[in-house]
Design a protein around this ligand. Structure first.
Ligand SMILES: NC(=O)c1ccc[n+]([C@@H]2O[C@H](COP(=O)([O-])OP(=O)(O)OC[C@H]3O[C@@H](n4cnc5c(N)ncnc54)[C@H](OP(=O)(O)O)[C@@H]3O)[C@@H](O)[C@H]2O)c1
Length: 330
């Protein structure tokens, strides 16, 4: 008999809404990630047509998840443009839906000035067809310095002004290196943080950030629970982690995780999603998807009851604590 077949089960995750950080927004513990909907073949190794993206977005706006995550830079505006098209069809944002985007550098010149961030937010409002953005994150500040982001009239101050004017609801910080995110969070000026590919079944290098956020009351968005795909599609179908070919150590670890899931008769993807959902330090988990059926699948995976013994068995495989992109920004 497979393990867990007769063990007590716990329904860790439901899609009931919770307050997001210090805001009054009520969001589901799962958020639709719209990076691949911007058509990013260099990151995902496959493209996404406009028709497929629009169909996915229509399903997302009609499903149980009420939170959506995008960025100005995804597909150089294409992700936001596609979201805006569907919102126009719907006559605006469905009641209760929360949209977060990210303000970006100029992709050509790497301009991280305050003026560029103002232009970025204006572009997002136009492409999305909205006059208010619930949340705006400063995106990928690893490509500049802390001083540049925080200086007078710099990106953070520009977003603060826009918040005071009521154009945006909250300010977050999102990016890769964990020490860098902790430094921003510890300023006390960001009510939310978005980390990616660093708190998964494979890699837990974001642990210190999660602890700091609990201490400071900062809402954590844990993005890429599938490590950009390997934990969703399996090491034989899609051996990529964090937008690059996965090294043998990650492929091997994923195979061992998959074997344990099989013993417990649990899909690897469900374990990968609920690993994040069950952690009380995580406010919401951001899942990338490019097919309409993913919305319902994700809802089912999030609410599937998993056997208690699974987590101890998966923990025994061990995990990486090194930054998965450590060698990329040197
Ligand atoms: N710096 C940042 O702030 C930052 C960085 C990274 C990510 N993010 C955000 O986090 C989101 C999530 O990250 P991600 O998209 O990179 O990676 P991810 O969520 O770990 O994985 C996305 C992959 O999982 C697949 N998938 C999802 N549901 C599936 C299902 N039910 N069955 C089979 N495959 C499934 C998708 O395939 P299909 O395409 O076939 O649906 C896609 O290939 C992004 O979209 C973005 O919004 C933010």
């Amino acid at each position: 008999m497979r393990k867990g077949a007769e063990s007590p089960t716990t329904d860790y995750a439901t899609l009931s809404r919770r307050t997001f950080g210090s805001t009054s927004y009520q969001v589901t513990p799962v958020c639709v990630g719209c990076a691949p909907l911007g058509d990013l073949p260099e990151a995902f190794a496959y493209g996404v047509s406009e028709d497929q993206a629009l169909a996915t977005l229509r399903a997302a706006f009609g499903g149980a998840i009420n939170f959506l995550d995008t960025a100005a830079i995804y597909g150089f505006g294409e992700s936001e443009r596609r979201i805006g098209k569907v919102l126009a069809e719907l006559g605006g944002l469905p009641e209760g839906f929360v949209v977060a985007t990210k303000a970006d550098r100029d992709p050509d010149s790497n301009d991280f000035s305050g003026d560029q961030f103002k232009r970025s937010v204006e572009g997002s409002l136009e492409r999305l067809g909205l006059d208010h953005l619930h949340y705006v994150y400063i995106h990928d500040p690893e490509h500049t310095t802390f001083e540049q982001i925080m200086k007078p009239s710099g990106p953070h101050e520009v977003l603060q002004d826009l918040r005071e004017q009521g154009v945006i609801g909250g300010i977050g910080i999102s990016g890769g290196p964990i020490d860098m995110l902790i430094r921003y969070v510890e300023t006390g000026l960001f009510s939310a943080v978005e980390t990616h590919n660093r708190y998964t079944l494979i890699n837990r290098s974001a642990e210190p950030l999660l602890d700091v956020c609990v201490r400071l009351g900062v809402a954590v968005k844990n993005a890429a629970p599938y490590g950009s795909g390997i934990l969703a599609k399996g090491p034989d179908s899609y051996a990529r982690y964090a937008y690059h070919d996965a090294p043998p150590s990650i492929v091997d670890r994923t195979r061992r995780l998959a074997a344990i899931c099989e013993e417990f008769n649990v899909p690897l993807i469900a374990a990968a999603l609920q690993f994040s959902l069950r952690d009380p330090r995580v406010a919401t988990t951001v899942v990338g998807m490019t097919r309409p059926e993913r919305v319902q699948q994700t809802t089912e995976l999030a609410t599937m009851a998993l056997p208690d013994g699974l987590w101890t068995a998966l923990d025994a495989v061990g995990h990486d604590s090194e930054d998965p992109e450590a060698n990329r920004f040197k």
